[in-house]
Design a binder for this molecule. Structure first.
Ligand code: NAD
Length: 489
């Protein structure tokens, strides 16, 4: 019988662990490699080639050289390559999910869900490739015609975080490839393994050399800064923290680069007095615990009407404390480790700060002993506004609860943040639902629902949560330019 350990060893052993540039696997120019850690054990899974700035330049050379040829490939053909890669991912769900769990930590069922969700972006954009449309119309004075065409923006640099090692990549690679852009991809250094497998699967699906160039590196700034300054690069798409996003936007300004930014969040989760509490608690579990709380769309602040706060807190704490913590590869564990020691200590520090300022610890709150970066599902009640976790992104399994007395107060609290990614709202009153949804300063709203991710929806934030949208009918626009031709008659 093959055990999970055998399968893990085999999945890691099978991977290409070099850089992928111009359709070839090659070691880093400096010969360097960096370790990839299993956050459940602290053990090193393997070492991966560590790209240098020279490798980054070679990747852009390759993307720039491939750009005209790739733009000329018929949209249907581009779409079919994405479709084949989608099918390969689905066929190999167990293997991809295992890699995600090994390098990122979440449970196998959650990783399988990410494979389904992440693969779907390739299918969705494969279908969108043939729908890119222009326009032909009469000019305003009637003496000419206006022809509008959409063209690929050009070589794109795609930078992704570790929290969804597959989906964060496919959400960018799918539309870029569908639109006819070539790419340089820099995955997070904590989770390069899923990216290496994805590059292999896309190549087997027929992606030509140079369209996708993959440069895992521990020197993110040094490798990407010269690329962002290079005039051949025409697009930067980044998912990660607002702090790094700001730095990249400053750099992109010098090259007047098209940018898409999916940045941090501080999602309010509002439970009104008239909410269906069963549905609110179910929604809270999804919005808080999906991806171990390590999600930009994770509920970060629970704002609960004072008349239902005790009941909501009791039910949420019962559900949270019933979750088993353990390695993601262990079939009985629902909650895996956080990504690294730094993140676990950050989460613990935020909880300690809230308790020191007067919050009540209802459950959890103590990191587990032993190897691995585990932190238990935690509920805090009576959290004061001064607590750091009301302003900072927690990125962990901690639910801080605060009460409110009126809709106006809930909205003022919800909007009192520089972030604007998503808000969750639970109410059975239609008028209140409309009024409060319209007043929420967020790019997305989960209305009586704890899950907003959907390939068919425009995912993205306002305020300091970002620029642009990924997925949906407009997702491909992020990788297209508009050219208009004034036609004389
Ligand atoms: P991060 O900003 O530290 O890193 C993200 C990526 O940027 C990584 O690949 C990293 O290597 C790279 N990077 C870091 N410094 C860089 C630099 N100076 N130049 C170029 N690249 C650099 O974020 P993280 O810790 O990996 O991910 C967590 C953050 O991502 C959270 O803030 C979360 O909210 C955000 N996130 C947002 C979304 C969204 O869609 N809005 C989705 C997932 C995660």
């Amino acid at each position: 019988m093959t055990t999970i350990t055998d399968a893990a060893t085999a999945a890691v052993a099978r991977l290409d662990k070099d850089l992928f540039i111009g359709g070839e696997w090659r070691p880093a120019s400096g010969g360097g490699r960096f370790p990839v850690e299993n956050p459940a054990t602290g053990e090193i899974l393997c070492e991966v080639a560590d790209a240098t700035p020279e490798d980054g330049a070679a990747a852009l050379d390759s993307a720039a050289a491939a750009q005209p040829g790739w733009a000329a490939v018929p949209p249907r053909e581009r779409g079919e390559i994405l479709r084949r890669a989608y099918e390969a991912l689905i066929r190999r769900t167990d293997e991809v999910a295992l890699l995600i769990t090994l390098e990122m930590g979440k449970s196998l069922p959650e990783s399988r869900a990410e494979v389904a969700y992440g693969a779907d972006y390739l299918r969705w954009f494969g279908e969108e490739a043939v729908r890119v449309a222009g326009e032909w119309k009469t000019g305003s004075a009637g003496d000419g015609r206006i022809l509008t065409v959409r063209r690929p923006v050009g070589p794109a640099l795609l930078i992704t975080p570790w929290n969804a090692p597959l989906a964060m990549l496919t959400r960018k690679i799918g539309p870029a490839v569908a639109a006819g852009c070539t790419t340089v991809v820099k995955p997070a250094a904590q989770t390069p393994l899923t990216a290496l497998l994805l590059a292999r699967l896309l190549t087997e699906a027929g992606l030509p050399p140079g369209v996708l160039n993959l440069v895992p590196t521990t020197a993110a700034g040094a490798v990407t800064e010269p690329l962002i300054a290079d005039r051949r690069l025409r697009k930067l798409s980044f998912t990660g923290s607002t702090e790094v996003g700001r730095t990249l936007l400053r750099r992109a300004a010098d090259n007047v680069l098209r940018t898409s930014m999916e940045l941090g969040g501080n999602a309010p989760f509002i439970v009104c007095a008239d909410a269906d509490l069963d549905s609110a608690v179910d929604g809270a579990m999804v919005a808080k615990m999906r991806n171990l709380g390590e999600a930009c769309i994770a509920a970060n602040r629970f704002l609960v009407h004072e008349t239902v706060a005790d009941e909501f807190t009791r039910r949420l704490a019962a559900r949270m404390s019933a979750l088993t913590v353990g390695p993601g590869t262990d079939g009985s564990a629902a909650v895996g480790p956080l990504i690294d020691a730094r993140q676990r200590d950050r989460v613990a520090g935020l909880v300690d700060d809230a308790v020191a300022r007067g919050a009540q610890l209802v459950c959890g709150g103590r990191p587990g002993p032993g190897a691995g970066y585990f932190y238990p599902p935690t509920v805090l009640a009576d959290v004061p506004a001064a607590a750091r976790l009301t302003r900072e992104e927690i990125f962990g399994p901690v639910a801080p609860i605060t009460t409110f007395g009126s809709d106006e107060q809930a909205l003022a609290m919800a909007n009192d943040t520089e972030f604007g990614l998503v808000g969750y709202l639970f109410t059975r009153d239609l008028g209140r639902a409309v009024r409060m949804t319209e007043a929420l300063e967020t790019g997305m709203v989960g209305l009586n629902r704890g899950l907003v991710s959907d390939v068919a929806a425009p995912f993205g934030g306002i305020k300091q949560s970002g620029l642009g949208r990924e997925g949906g009918a407009t997702g491909i626009d992020e990788y297209l330019e508009t050219q208009y031709v004034a036609v004389g008659l």
